[in-house]
Write a protein that binds this ligand. Structure first.
Ligand code: ADP
Ligand code: ADP
Ligand code: MG
Length: 537
C-alpha cells in the first residue's frame, strides 16, 4: 500500500513499528546525515482544506518550506535540485504543483504557530498590520467576521493572545496567495471564536488550497475536507500519510492504528463514553459552596450560584473568553477573595492556573521531587511521568521550558500535591493532539484511582467530553459580566452551552466521539427542534 506520491520504491509496504525509522526507505528530505527525516508530504489541493493531524516536531514546517519552494527536498542525498524533484513526482498529482513552484508561480501565505512572537516582529497598530497584508482588499470583511473592530487602532504589543491569534488569521487570509498554511488556529480562542475562524478558512478554500495543522479534534473535524495523519518520532523522523477521509482519519488516529499504512501510532486507543447521569444519592459530597460575587473595580463582575461538588467526580467548566471562568476557580482556590459570599476552606485544594508563572529556578526533576514523596515509585512513573512525557524534561531548568513543556510539568505538579480538590485551568493550552489525549487520560485516571474531585476549565470539547461527569456552564457578556451556573449533568450543561452557540453535535457511530453537525443539515435541524444539542445518536 503506497502513499500515492512516490512512484519508485515505496517505503510504506513494510510492516512498521513505532520507533523503527530503518523500516522506511527513502525520505522526502533529511537534514544532514543523521538529522531529522521527513517521509511523504502534505498534498494541498485547490478547493479543499487539508487538515494535518499529529504531534509537533514531526516535520510540518519542513513540509511547508518544501511546498513553498524555500527548501529543495534532497530525498536523503547531500543536496537536492528541482530537476530531481520534478523527476521524482513525474506522473503523480504533485508534479504540476512542483512545476509551478519551480516556475515561481506558487505564492504561499502562512500563519505562524506562535502568535506571541508577532509583537516582537511588528511594531504598530492592528490597522497597520492588516493594511500591509491586505492584497485581496478584504480587510473590512475580515475585521467584521473576526470581530476585530474594537482593537483596530490598538498597538499590536497590547493585544491579548486571543486577539493576536485572530489578527494573525486575518493577516494570513488577506494575502493573495495560491496556498495558505495555518499552523494552528485554536490557541487562545474560545469555541465560538474557533468555529468562526474555521468558517472563514473554509470560505477561503473555495478557490484556494489551504493546509491547516490543528490539535483541537472537534475543530479539525468540522474544518477539514481531507486529513493527512502525521506520525513518527518527534525530532527523529516524521511520516505524512496520503489524504484520508476526515472521519476515517480521526477514527484511525484515536484507535492508534492506521490500517492502510499498517502502522500503530500509539499502544492503546483513546476512547469516549457517554456518561449517564449518576444517581446523586450514592455519592458523598465533598464541598457545598455558597453563592458568591466579585467585581473588579468598575469593570467586570462575576456572580456564581451556589453549588455542590461530589467526591471523586470530574467537573468540566465551559464558557467564552472573558466570562469569569478563571476568576471563579481562583475564588474557589482561595487566590482571590469574593466581595459577597463566604467559602468554607476545610477542603484542601491543588490549583493549576491558566497562566503559569515560574518563580523557582530548579530542574524539573528536583522541582517534582520537592512536591511529592512518590516521585521514585512505579505508580508515579506509570501514571504521571509517562503520560505527561516528562522524562526528557528532567534535566531542564523550569525557566527554559517551552509553553507545552511547562504545561505538562504544571499538570504533573498539580496532580502531585496532596489535596481533596484539584483545579486545572486550561490544561490543553500549548499541547499538541497527542499530548492532550495523554494528559486527559492522566487526569481522568488520577481522579478515578484516587477518588479525588477535579475541576477542569477548557475549550477543547473532546477533552471536556472525555473527562467530565458534570458541567458548570458560564453565560453573560464577555468582559462585562458573567454568571456561573451550578454543576449540572453533562447532557443538560452541554445542551445549554451549545444552544447558546447555535451548534449541535452528533455521536460518531464507531468511536462515539462528538462531531459537529453541519449547520442546517437534516440532523442539525432535527436536533434543534428537539432541543437535543448534544447526546443525540
Ligand atoms: P514541526 O513543524 O512539525 O514542529 P519541523 O519541521 O519544524 O517540525 O521540525 C522537525 C524536525 O526537524 C525538528 O526536530 C527540528 O529540530 C528539525 N529541523 C528543522 N529545521 C532544521 C534545519 N534547518 N536543520 C536541521 N534540523 C532541522
Ligand atoms: P475567563 O477565564 O473566562 O477568560 P477571567 O476570569 O480571566 O475570564 O476574566 C473575566 C474578566 O475580568 C475579563 O474581562 C478580564 O479582563 C477581567 N479581569 C480578570 N482579572 C482581573 C483583575 N485582576 N483586575 C481587573 N479585571 C480583571
Ligand atoms: Mg481563563
Amino acid at each position: 500500500v503506497g502513499c500515492g506520491i512516490c512512484v519508485n520504491k515505496c517505503p510504506f509496504s513494510a510492516i512498521m513499528i513505532i520507533g523503527l525509522p530503518e523500516a522506511l526507505d527513502k525520505p522526502t528530505h533529511r537534514y544532514g546525515q543523521n538529522g531529522f527525516a521527513l517521509y511523504g508530504l502534505p498534498t494541498p489541493q485547490v478547493g479543499k482544506v487539508t487538515g494535518i493531524l499529529g504531534p509537533n516536531g514531526i516535520g510540518k514546517s519542513t513540509s511547508v518550506q518544501i511546498l513553498s519552494g524555500a527548501l529543495v527536498p534532497n530525498f536523503g542525498e547531500d543536496i537536492g535540485d528541482w530537476d530531481t524533484v520534478l523527476e521524482h513526482y513525474a506522473g503523480t498529482g504533485m508534479y504540476d504543483y512542483f512545476k509551478n513552484v519551480v516556475d515561481g508561480k506558487i505564492k504561499v501565505s502562512q500563519k505562524p504557530q506562535y502568535v506571541d512572537m508577532i509583537p516582537k516582529a511588528f511594531n504598530g497598530k492592528t490597522r497597520d498590520l492588516l493594511e500591509g497584508t491586505d492584497e485581496r482588499g478584504v480587510m473590512d470583511e475580515l475585521v467584521e467576521k473576526l470581530d476585530l473592530g474594537h482593537i483596530i487602532n490598538r498597538n499590536i504589543g497590547e493585544l491579548s493572545g486571543g486577539e493576536l491569534q485572530r489578527v494573525a488569521i486575518a493577516a494570513c487570509a488577506a494575502r493573495d496567495a495560491d496556498f495558505y498554511f495555518f499552523d494552528e488556529i485554536s490557541p487562545y480562542l474560545d469555541i465560538y471564536q474557533r468555529i468562526n475562524s474555521s468558517k472563514l478558512i473554509q470560505d477561503l478554500a473555495k478557490d484556494k488550497a489551504v493546509l491547516v495543522v490543528e490539535h483541537d479534534l472537534a475543530i479539525l473535524d468540522m474544518l477539514s475536507d481531507v486529513v493527512q495523519v502525521a506520525y513518527g518520532m518527534p525530532s527523529g523522523y516524521g511520516v505524512i500519510t496520503h489524504p484520508k477521509g476526515v472521519r476515517i482519519a480521526i477514527n484511525q488516529y484515536l484507535k492508534g492504528y492506521l490500517p492502510e499504512e499498517n502502522v500503530r501510532v500509539r499502544p492503546d486507543a483513546i476512547t469516549f463514553e457517554v456518561h449517564p447521569p449518576r444517581v446523586a444519592t450514592d455519592i458523598a459530597t465533598l464541598l457545598d459552596y455558597n453563592a458568591f460575587s466579585k467585581k473588579y473595580g468598575d469593570g467586570f463582575s462575576l456572580r456564581s450560584d451556589s453549588g455542590s461538588l461530589k467526591e471523586g467526580e470530574v467537573i468540566g467548566i465551559v464558557g467564552p473568553n472573558g466570562i469569569g471562568k478563571s476568576t471563579f476557580v481562583k475564588i474557589l482556590a482561595g487566590e482571590v477573595e469574593p466581595d459577597e459570599g463566604e467559602l468554607e476552606s476545610e477542603v484542601s485544594i491543588s490549583y493549576k492556573p491558566q497562566y503559569i508563572k515560574v518563580d523557582s529556578f530548579m530542574q524539573v526533576r528536583q522541582f517534582l521531587r520537592s512536591i511529592t514523596r512518590r516521585f521514585d515509585t512505579s505508580y508515579y512513573e506509570a501514571e504521571i511521568i509517562k503520560p505527561l512525557q516528562l522524562e526528557p524534561l528532567f534535566d531542564k531548568m523550569l525557566n527554559d521550558l517551552s509553553g507545552g513543556e511547562l504545561q505538562r510539568v504544571a499538570i504533573a505538579a498539580c496532580l502531585s500535591k496532596d489535596a481533596d480538590l484539584y483545579i486545572l485551568d486550561e490544561p490543553s493550552a500549548h499541547l499538541d493532539v497527542e499530548q492532550r489525549s495523554l494528559a486527559t487520560k492522566a487526569i481522568k485516571r488520577f481522579a478515578e484511582n484516587n477518588g479525588k474531585t477535579a475541576m477542569v476549565v477548557d475549550h477543547d470539547i473532546y477533552m471536556i467530553d472525555m473527562l467530565s461527569e458534570r458541567l458548570i456552564v458560564f453565560e453573560g457578556e464577555p468582559a462585562v459580566f458573567g454568571i456561573a451556573h451550578p454543576p449540572s449533568s453533562m447532557q443538560k450543561g452541554m445542551n445549554k452551552f451549545l444552544s447558546d452557540l447555535g451548534i449541535t453535535f452528533r455521536r460518531d457511530e464507531e468511536t462515539i466521539r462528538p462531531r459537529v453537525n453541519k449547520k442546517d443539515s437534516r440532523l442539525d435541524r432535527e436536533q434543534k427542534a428537539k432541543g437535543e444539542y448534544y447526546y443525540y445518536k
